[in-house]
Design a protein around this ligand. Structure first.
Ligand code: 2AM
Length: 198
């Protein structure tokens, strides 16, 4: 969605995420290269590495009038969580539709940050779906139809990235494609980021 459209609708499609640093992205990229050569890889829609993230809370279309309060509450949520170690580790799938890379490290801290982000959005007035059990994942590819993703998850099994210190919380805008080109990806833009801890 262009900024002109934002002005027209007064709504923005937002989510809260932890973004892996460049080194972690580079390691994962190297692990994904052989996956993209596996049979069936071409029928998947692979996410662009520039947008790789661990979603903490999906907010959907948010009324811009809510943004000042949302920013303030997310800032407080970030301040309440101390920095923690995380690394990309292994992978999994949601049925035959979504292939993802997993996480290891201080998963309790990640889960708590997700709960705080979710609560911050809800208290700011964003109509949030019920907070389900948080499954940390970084989406690598999606499929429109059910496909056998086992060869891909199997190939990711041994992958373990280098740990980094998660030290910020990001609010990201998802600009949906307007070109009409099939398979075009949303463009993600960091709106704000807040440091963890004090
Ligand atoms: P996914 O990677 O598992 O598809 C931006 O769309 C991010 O928000 C994606 O990482 C997506 O998760 C996540 N998300 C969670 N719930 C969503 C929903 N109902 N619609 C779109 N994206 C959602």
């Amino acid at each position: 969605m262009s900024s002109q459209q934002h002005a027209a609708t007064g709504r923005q499609r937002l989510f809260v995420a932890v973004l892996p640093p460049a080194g972690a992205v580079a390691e994962l990229r190297a692990a994904v290269v052989p996956l993209r050569a596996l049979p069936g890889a071409r029928s998947l829609r692979w996410t662009g590495e520039a947008g790789w993230h661990f979603t903490l809370a999906f907010l959907g279309e948010v009324d811009e009038a809510l943004l000042p309060d949302l920013y303030a509450r997310l800032e407080r949520a970030a301040h309440r969580s101390e920095p923690f170690p995380l690394r990309v580790h292994g992978g999994g799938r949601f049925d035959g539709r979504v292939l993802w890379a997993g996480a290891a490290g201080a998963l309790d801290a990640l889960r708590l940050l997700a709960e705080r982000a979710h609560a911050a959005a809800r208290r700011a007035g964003v109509p949030m779906e019920e907070h389900r059990a948080y499954a940390p994942h970084l989406t690598l590819a999606r499929s429109r139809t059910d496909v056998d993703l086992h060869p891909f998850t199997g190939a990711l099994e041994g992958f373990g990235g280098t740990a980094w210190e998660v030290d910020s919380l990001s609010l990201v805008r998802s600009n949906l494609p307007v070109s009409g080109v099939p398979g075009e990806q949303p463009r993600y833009e960091v709106v704000r980021a807040w440091p963890l801890g004090r």
